[in-house]
Design a binder for this molecule. Structure first.
Ligand SMILES: C[S@@+](CC[C@H](N)C(=O)[O-])C[C@H]1O[C@@H](n2cnc3c(N)ncnc32)[C@H](O)[C@@H]1O
Length: 217
């Protein structure tokens, strides 16, 4: 009988890195996307990450936590309005980051993503898009973001299999390559979905596909 290949997070989890769950209060988020961001940051020694749509900082905690745990002098730049329908939540975002001991690895950018993106420097090693899920918004984000990605970089997108956003999903499935000519692609199709595109990166060597994880070219 052959031993089954462990799933990628299991593989990394058993590799000795400690895991710090950033926020037990955020139950709706699917663990693998946080795990991926955490382990990718650790494995690649990422020091410059950008999150488009940060809300309460759950994913930012994973990326910043990885920088902390690997002892990196890195920064996650988080862009958000921090206000929805007049309700402010930047203070909650800050509380979460402080509570998990990662505040020194994050920089908030308050405002519209499409206005702030052009002001960020190039050389982004890890970008995570989790903002407004319309086709037009994603296209504009990609147009502004992709020229700023480093030669060796990962581009991650949330909700890429979420049936609530059919046009966004379709765009994410078939049109990303014209903005980011990727070499590796990984699709977690479970729940709302999470897609990772890689360039100049050994994604395929590092990831073991599981039943809900498809590795493309
Ligand atoms: C799904 S939440 C982000 C969740 C976060 N990435 C996490 O994992 O915890 C989406 C966020 O995107 C923000 N957002 C959407 N479109 C935006 C835009 N054009 N400019 C700034 N923020 C935007 C919203 O304010 C909201 O907080």
């Amino acid at each position: 009988m052959t031993t089954p290949t462990p799933s990628w997070p299991t593989m990394w989890h058993s590799s000795g890195w400690s895991l710090h769950l950033p926020d037990e209060g955020v139950q709706s988020a699917v663990a693998y996307h946080g795990l991926f961001l955490y382990y990718a940051t650790i494995a690649d020694g990422i020091t410059y990450a950008v999150e488009l749509g940060s809300q309460y900082g759950w994913s930012a905690c994973w990326i910043a936590g990885a920088m902390r745990d690997r002892g990196l002098a890195g920064l996650v730049h988080c862009v958000d309005h921090f206000n929805e329908g007049g309700v402010e939540y930047q203070a909650k975002w800050e509380q979460n980051l402080t509570r998990w001991g990662v505040a020194q690895w994050v920089v908030p950018h308050r405002g519209d993503i499409l206005e702030i993106l052009p002001t960020l420097p190039g050389g982004i090693q890890l970008a995570f898009i989790n903002s407004w899920h319309s086709r037009a918004h994603l296209q504009k984000e990609l147009e502004l973001l992709c020229p700023k990605l480093a030669e060796c970089s990962l581009l991650c997108l949330h909700d890429t299999f979420n049936p609530e956003f059919p046009q966004y999903v379709n765009f994410a499935q078939f049109e990303l390559e014209q903005f980011f000519p990727f070499e590796g692609r990984l699709d977690f199709q479970e729940a709302s979905g999470f897609t990772i595109l890689s360039r100049g990166h050994r994604l395929r060597e590092r990831v073991s596909p599981g039943p809900n994880c498809v590795i493309g070219d």
